[in-house]
Design a protein around this ligand. Structure first.
Ligand code: SF4
Ligand code: SF4
Length: 309
């Protein structure tokens, strides 16, 4: 944000300010000449200049107030984006372990727990609509539009997730349980990317995500690596087991012409057509992105919150 502030100052200084300074210098000379040629006309000009200064100052003041508001909003949005990306380290698998070793419930712990609870009602809508890593991967769709291997490939992430969760549990047990809540643990006022170490971690993780997105197919990170996804998969499976009302995709197979456009376009490589035929769209790998509903020419698929298994 500081870098943006400097570039904003440069823009302002190099544009309006330079113009104003130059034209002011030349105006002073012209004004002095006017006094030399006709003192009465110079008096009238002086009154007009005073009026112009008054009007311009008032308008300038109003403009500065307006610009301040615009800058504030723009910086808030940029700050939020930085925090969303910075969240990769804040909600890192490393930070939660460090906190667990000291018996501390960290921000990352709260985040993962929240994701689980949210998925009980909204399934994996976070993956489809909110996650910044998903946004990063989707930006690479034009460069790598092939499908990632779903099915058994989706189990790869559990080879990371299960040992990681086991370490956290072990650390909590060693610390004698969780006894403190510190949502800003190891952050500076909630900002996590503040030192060389966290920047290195952030860029290594971002590079890994980028490589996967470019080589292993659409949403490869969601398929094979994401350590947040299993929390939501478990929440979705629980919801499916008990069948309480929750957001899911639903289908009316009678109108389906088996064109398979839904399966071709599903970013999670699901055989959507098969799910439609079974009238069972509550798949735990479905991220509720709505692509299948968008591409279906017969409007077979839609969102639903009806109870059911
Ligand atoms: S089944 Fe439909 S909503 Fe679910 S991930 Fe695939 S395209 Fe998105
Ligand atoms: S896109 Fe629609 S019509 Fe085509 S197979 Fe899928 S559900 Fe059926």
């Amino acid at each position: 944000m500081r870098a943006m502030g400097i570039s904003q100052i440069r823009m302002i200084l190099s544009g309006v300010t330079l113009n104003t300074i130059l034209s002011s210098i030349f105006s002073v000379f012209t004004f002095a000449l006017l006094f030399y040629y006709d003192i009465r006309l110079a008096g009238v000009a002086a009154v007009l200049v005073a009026l112009a200064i008054l009007v311009m100052s008032s308008l300038g003041y109003l403009q500065v107030r307006y610009e301040r508001k615009v800058l504030e909003i723009s910086n808030n949005i940029s700050g939020l984006m930085l925090q969303l990306i910075g969240g990769i380290t804040k909600y890192s698998p490393e930070l939660i372990i460090m906190g667990a070793a000291e018996g501390i419930v960290t921000g990352s712990f709260i985040f993962f727990a929240l994701m689980f609870v949210v998925s009980l009602v909204f399934g994996r809508a976070f993956c489809g609509w909110v996650c910044p890593v998903a946004g990063l991967q989707e930006a690479f769709f034009p460069a790598c539009s092939r499908k990632a291997k779903g099915g058994k490939g989706d189990w790869i992430k559990y080879f990371i997730w299960v040992p990681w969760i086991s370490i956290i549990v072990l650390m909590v047990l060693r610390a004698g349980g969780l006894h403190t809540i510190d949502a800003f643990y190891q952050t500076k006022g909630g900002i996590s990317v503040t030192d060389t170490h966290s920047y290195i971690v952030l860029y290594v993780v971002l590079a890994l995500f980028t490589i996967l997105a470019l080589t292993a197919g659409k949403r490869a990170v969601c398929h094979y690596l994401c350590w947040v996804a299993p929390f939501m998969v478990i929440g979705t499976k629980l919801r499916n087991l008990f069948g309480w009302p929750a957001l899911h995709m639903a289908a009316s197979p009678n109108s389906c012409t088996n064109c398979k456009k839904c399966s071709e376009n599903c970013p999670m490589s699901l055989d959507v057509n098969k799910l439609v035929q079974k009238s069972s769209m509550r798949h735990s790998e479905c991220i509720l992105c709505g692509t299948c509903a968008d591409v279906c020419p017969n409007k077979v698929i839609s969102y639903s919150i009806r109870p059911g298994k």
